[in-house]
Design a protein around this ligand. Structure first.
Ligand code: 13P
Length: 284
């Protein structure tokens, strides 16, 4: 148990047709909330950090905090660098102890994406670090990456197979119509593509844009082969809403410890619900 990479947990999810939740955290409280929810639900879990968060703390202090909490966990916990475009930052995170990284070269040409992603796999593999790559363009805002609807395009199944073969990624994020951030209308998911891609690639398939999808959509994506589901925006909302709710209910309170404990409980409840939906509860 404790601190691991994403390999074994995603292999289990892929085989068992459930998904592991990957939750973006920003501090010790949100990280602890995710780990506690996973422990309560007996599920493996992935703590994701955005490149922006890494830059805020510095790679070493952030890794020290997350890894210390992960090592104490009674369930497997991976630490994954979400959507990173900079190979130097990826190197720094691998050196600092991340067990998994994502290289997002999806805005580049297919050949450049393959080359950069393969370079990251070559860096990561000797350190037992798992790698996620992306193909197509997922609409919305994630960290400093903004893709508008006109530029969004879905991953092609043939190219997906070639991408995974040539790069050797452990986890593959194909654009299938989900979006980062809050959905503006009803999401249109290309279930057929997801099915074709998941059936043909040896890598575990990641579903991005988990915030705002219905349970029905989650269940369908997971039954078609989605093995990792990313959730970020909902955690940000839990963070912000719990702080404002707390201060509204306790306007004269100047005790940070109480508000942090409240934030942790609210975030934990949010995460626990996702873990139930993803079907990974009770798998540890
Ligand atoms: P949401 O912000 O829509 O939950 O998406 C998260 C994500 O896919 C992170 O990579």
């Amino acid at each position: 148990m404790g601190y691991v990479n994403m390999g074994e947990m995603l292999a289990g999810a892929k085989a068992g047709r459930y998904a592991i939740g990957a939750f973006n955290t920003v501090d010790a409280m949100t990280t602890e909330a995710v780990i506690r929810a996973a422990e309560e639900k007996r599920a493996p879990v992935i703590i994701q950090t955005s490149a922006k968060t890494v830059k805020l703390y510095g790679a070493k202090p952030l890794a020290a905090m997350v890894i210390a909490l992960a090592k104490e966990a009674s369930v497997p916990v991976a630490m994954h660098l979400d959507h990173c475009k900079e190979i130097e930052l990826i190197r720094e995170c691998i050196a600092a102890g991340w067990s998994s990284v994502m290289i997002d070269a999806s805005s580049k040409s297919f050949e450049e994406n393959v080359a950069l992603t393969a370079e990251v796999v070559a860096l990561a593999r000797p350190q037992d670090v798992t790698v996620e790559g992306e193909l197509g363009a997922i609409v919305g805002v994630e960290d400093d990456i903004f893709v508008n609807e006109a530029d969004a395009h879905l991953a092609d199944p043939e190219q997906s197979v070639e991408f995974v073969e040539r790069t050797g990624v452990d986890v593959f994020a194909p654009a299938i119509g989900t979006a980062h951030g809050v959905y503006k209308g009803k999401p249109v998911i290309a279930f057929d593509r997801l099915e074709q891609i998941a059936a043909r690639v040896p890598a575990a398939v990641a579903i991005h844009g988990g915030t705002g999808l219905s349970d029905e959509v989650f269940h369908r994506c997971i039954s078609l082969g989605g093995a990792k589901v990313n959730v970020s925006t909902q955690i940000k909302h839990a963070f912000r809403d719990s702080l404002s709710d707390y201060f509204e209910a306790n306007p004269t309170d100047y005790e940070p410890v109480k508000v942090l404990a409240y934030l942790r409980e609210q975030t934990k409840a949010t995460v626990a619900t996702f873990i139930e939906t993803f079907g990974s509860a009770g798998t540890v």
